[in-house]
Design a protein around this ligand. Structure first.
Ligand SMILES: Nc1ncnc2c1ncn2[C@@H]1O[C@H](COP(=O)(O)OP(=O)(O)OP(=O)(O)O)[C@@H](O)[C@H]1O
Length: 322
């Protein structure tokens, strides 16, 4: 059984001018120990999918259809108090800016110890030992000394390591990591990615990794879901999708990373902009930017289809040379 399943999830924002769907019919599953990358441009709906899973949609945004299951149990319709418990214990979250996850007036140790004790029946001393252990595991030097210092005494990269320790110390089954390396120096990004990957393997937690960066996906994820204008346009094993992208948008995203872009002459950069939810075209949302479009693409929205591990929503997936 998948650890996380999201079925046909639609998130709607009502407004005076009629409601819009920020994401539509999003279906994903993640197995224990697996990292699912969600990639796409800003506004594609990646963060919204993550927020819906952890029950932190900003009102008036709400789930208007679909369901979310964690270890088989529905979690999309739980009362707020029950969802809060799940958030600390069974789902951990890592966001872009470590300062939003850390309390500046508490020492790193106090925050770790408090979180550990909220979830595990340990004495203060035992929880402190465990906190030191976690700091060591995420690569903080001299953890027995650093445990009594404050978040502002850490560099950005070290602070994000602390956030990862804080997200993992309650031993969650699922981790939602939203742009966990975007705010960090390039040299530090690779270390944090390697750390996340190792810890997912070691703990058997499933990870949903939200990023706009195909390079991060290539180095971290097992499978990837490419989002465009609120929908998944291609999903499958990273090895398959990145070597044989079948959606022109996936190919375009990949051409933006020179190291692994397949053929730079195809969509070297994708001209134009993603449509906003209220002005999405009736057919394929990518059609206005797609160099291969035919009349059918404008008239008819392609369904996600495919046999085997990978699926794609493009009428021309079998024909175009991406
Ligand atoms: N309060 C809101 N009311 C209406 N629509 C919203 C609101 N907040 C976000 N949206 C819409 O939801 C869609 C998805 O946004 P989301 O932040 O999930 O995208 P994203 O792919 O994660 O981008 P980013 O990388 O910028 O976070 C966007 O089209 C956005 O316009």
């Amino acid at each position: 059984m998948a650890l996380l399943t999201v079925e046909n999830l639609t998130v709607t924002f009502p407004s005076r001018h009629g409601s819009t769907n920020a994401i539509e019919n999003v279906t994903i599953h993640v197995e224990p120990g697996e990292i699912l990358g969600m990639v796409g441009e800003s506004g594609a709906g990646k963060s919204m999918t993550g927020a819906a899973i952890i029950g932190l949609l900003e009102p008036p945004g709400h789930i208007s259809s679909g369901e979310i299951r964690l270890e088989g149990e529905r979690i999309d319709n739980l009362p707020p108090a029950a969802m809060r418990r799940i958030r600390g214990r069974r789902i951990g979250a890592i966001f872009q800016d470590p300062l939003t996850s850390l309390n500046p007036v508490l020492t790193v140790g106090d925050q770790l110890i408090e979180t550990i004790r909220a979830h595990l029946p340990l004495t203060k001393e035992a929880a402190r030992e465990r906190a030191i252990d976690w700091l060591r595991r995420v690569g903080i030097p001299a953890p027995e000394k650093r445990i009594d210092t404050y978040p502002h005494q850490y560099s950005g990269g070290m602070r994000q390591r602390v956030v990862i320790a804080l997200a993992l110390c309650a031993e969650p089954r699922l981790i939602i990591a939203d742009e966990p390396t975007t705010a960090l120096d390039v040299s530090v990004q690779a270390q944090i990615i390697a750390l996340l990957r190792r810890l997912a393997r070691e703990t058997g937690a499933a990870v949903v990794l939200v990023t706009h960066d195909m390079g991060v996906i290539a180095e971290t994820a097992d499978r990837v879901a490419v989002m465009y204008a609120g929908r998944i346009v291609e999903v499958g094993p990273v090895a398959e999708v990145l070597t044989h992208p079948r959606h022109p948008y996936t190919a375009g995203l990949m051409a933006s990373i020179p190291r692994i872009g397949p053929r730079p002459e195809i969509l070297p950069q994708i001209e134009g902009a993603m449509p906003r939810p209220a002005s999405r075209p009736a057919g394929c949302a990518f059609a206005p930017r797609c160099p291969y479009r035919i009349d059918r693409c404008i008239a008819e929205r392609p369904a996600l289809r495919g046999t085997g591990a990978a699926q794609v929503s493009c009428h021309l997936a079998e024909e175009i040379p991406v």
